[in-house]
Ligand binder design. Structure first.
Ligand code: SIN
Length: 315
């Protein structure tokens, strides 16, 4: 394994870059575009117990510096995922790791997805989505520490596979939520999901997005993602996967220095699917040029003199 490989969640990751949930389908959709098996891995679109149709169009709009999306967690549902999507992942990815993004409307629904997948092959673990701003209840668990703790505890009882919780940025103190996940038995965190946003068509005087609001992603949110990753990293010992606005190796390295061991690329793929490969190569070059032994030596090493100033002063 090379200088950018990482040992995390009990396994070796050949590279630090994963494709983010919702931006690469179930993997197969991207197989003609980039050599998926050369990446660190990918996170599938969310899987729920029942299939979901998602939100009405328009579902995506470009913004200055990013994208607004409101897909509404459209997915094929647990049964079809196991029957039609997992076999492709198992057959085609040997080295890249797969996390399945899991959603539900209740603790029981999340648990049913995990229980329904746990004996299957073709993936390493779960990214638990408690942070979708685009459906009713999508952030219900991600913004209530007690509910979050109960959810993670229950899922811990359902599986020995890695549980990575994808946190919402829309809380006053992400560190407190990170600690809840750690105490409840999570193995890692993904920081962060999108910020809520809205665009208005001034000719029609109507929202651009069919569901009115959506989640903002892309370069515009990079500084928020880096900051919240740093906050989460200083609050817990859990390994972190950094997400939000990454387009280049320098962007990814900011997350690494803030405390992320792996990163995810999402919105950038809509502009350049190969950016995931370029980011990995750029990180390799940075390590080589600076005579760093390997990537893990850089994780969380940003030189900051004061402790994280957490929270906004309210619960
Ligand atoms: C969506 O499906 O609307 C986006 C998913 C998410 O933000 O978690």
């Amino acid at each position: 394994m090379g200088a950018v490989s990482q040992r995390l969640f009990g396994v070796e990751w050949q590279g630090p870059v994963l494709l983010a949930s919702g931006t690469c389908g179930y993997g197969e959709e991207y197989s003609d575009l980039i050599p998926l098996d050369d990446l660190g891995g990918l996170v599938t679109k969310a899987v729920s117990v029942e299939p979901r149709e998602g939100n009405p169009p328009h579902r995506i709009s470009e913004t200055p510096g990013g994208m607004l999306n409101s897909i509404g967690l459209e997915n094929v549902g647990l049964e079809a995922f196991v029957r039609e999507k997992l076999p492709w992942l198992e057959e085609n990815l040997d080295r890249a790791r797969v996390l399945v993004n899991v959603v539900g409307n209740s603790v029981d629904e999340y648990a049913a997805v995990v229980a329904g997948l746990d004996d299957e092959d073709g993936f390493l673990g779960y990214e638990i989505n408690v942070s979708c701003p685009n459906v009713e209840g999508g952030t219900m668990f991600g913004t209530d520490r007690e509910a979050l703790g109960r959810l993670v505890e229950r899922l811990r009882g359902e599986t020995d596979r890695p549980i990575v919780v994808k946190l919402t940025p829309n809380v006053p103190d992400i560190g407190a939520y990170a600690r809840v996940c750690e105490e409840a038995g999570a193995d890692g965190l993904s920081t962060i999901n999108t910020f809520p946003g809205m665009l208005i068509d001034v000719d029609k005087r109507r929202p651009v997005i069919g569901n009115v609001n959506g989640g903002v992603s892309g370069p515009a949110i990079l500084p928020m993602g880096v900051y919240l990753t740093w906050q989460a990293a200083t609050a817990t010992d859990l390994p972190i996967i950094g997400i939000g606005g990454i387009r280049s190796a320098e962007d990814a390295l900011q997350y690494v220095l803030a405390g992320a061991s792996l990163v995810q690329i999402g919105t950038a793929l809509f502009v350049d699917p190969e950016s995931a490969v370029g980011v990995t190569e750029g990180i390799e070059k940075y390590i080589e040029e600076r005579d760093v032994g390997d990537l893990s030596e850089l994780v969380g090493t940003v030189d900051v003199e004061r402790p994280a100033r957490v929270g906004l002063g309210y619960e």
